[in-house]
Design a protein around this ligand. Sequence first.
Ligand code: UT7
Length: 330
Amino acid sequence: MRGARVLGTGRELPNRVVTNDELSRLMDTSDEWIVQRTGIRERRYADPSIGNCHMGAAASRKALEKAGITANDIDLVIFATLSPDMFFPGDGVLIQEMLGLRTVGAIDVRNQCSGFIYGLSMAEAYIKGGFYDYILVVGSEIHSRGLDFSTTGRDVSVIFGDGAGAAVLGPAEPGKGILSTHIHSEGKYAKELCAQAPGFFNDPWITSEMIEQGKTYPKMNGKYVFAHAVRRFPEVIMESLARNKFGPSDLSLVIPHQANERITQAVREALKLPKEKIYSNIELYGNTTAASIPIALDECLEQGKIRDGDLVCLAAFGSGFTWASALVCW
Ligand code: UT7
C-alpha cells in the first residue's frame, strides 16, 4: 500500500497582538498569573472583517505553494474548527469556493483541539486507500468573539487565541510519511469543556436569556481537563510508538497541541525527552485549538527543526474529551 505524507504547510496569524496586560485591564487577572499558570504571554485576535474561511484560505494558499501543487489538484478539503463562521454550512464549502477548488468534497470536522489530527487521519486513510491523491487539511479558529472578558470568564478567556494552519497531503512511498494515526474519545466528559448554547438541546435553540446567562461562553473544568490531558498525551504518543515498534528515544520531535506550557512540560517529563525535542509556541499565540498543531508544524519546518528521515509525533487532547496522535517519518 502506498503511503501518505505532508507535502507543504502554511499558517496565518492575525496581526493584532493582545498582551496579558491588555487583558488585565478588562478582568481581574495579571501577567504574572497567566505566565506562571499557562506560559502564555500574548495571543492574536482577528480583525472584525476576517472569518475563519479567510484565515484558513490564506494558510492554505501558502501550503499549496510549498507543496508545489495548485488548487486545481486538490481532491478533497477537510476543515477542522470549533468556531465555524456559520452554524451551517461548514467552513469546508466556504474555503472550496474561496480557493477556487473543483467541486470536490468538503468535510467539516468538529473535534476541537484534536480536530486537525482527526482530519489528518481521514486524509491518511483516503490517500493510502487510493481514493484521493491530494487532500487539504485546515485548522482555523476565531475564539476572540466568543469569550467572556469579565472576571467570571478569566480562567478560559486568557488561554485562547485566533489563528489558522493548513497542510497539503499527498501520496508517498510505503514507509514514508504518516506511519499511523490514533484517534480517541470519551463522551462522558463532554460537559467538562463545552459551550451549552446555541444548540438544539435547547428549545428554542438560542434565546436572549441564554446569552445574558453566559451560556454561549465556553465553560471549562480546568483542573479536571488538565489531569486528563497529562495522562492522555503520553498514552496516545506511546500508542503510536508501540504500533510502529519505536520507543520515546527514537523521536526526533514531538509537536503537541498547545494547551498549557505546564501540560507540555509534563508530557516531556513523562516521555523523558530533552527540552529541544518538544515544540512550544504557546507564549506567542495561546491555545488556538484546531489550528495549534498546523501552525506549530509550519514553524518547525520553516525553522529547519524537521529533517528528512526524522521521526515526528503530533499529539492532541481537548474537549469531548477527544485525544489523538500521528506518527510521521519525514
Ligand atoms: O485545549 C483544551 C484543553 N484545555 C486545557 O488543557 C486547559 C487545562 N487546564 C489549565 O490549563 C488550567 O487548569 C488553567 C490554566 C485553566 C487554570 O489553572 P489552575 O492552576 O488549574 O488554576 P485554578 O483553576 O485552580 O485556579 C486557581 C486560582 C483560583 O482562585 P482561588 O479559588 O484559589 O482564589 C481562580 O479563581 O486562580 C484563579 N484564577 C485566576 N486568577 C487570575 C483563575 N483564572 C485566573 C486568571 N487570573 N485568569
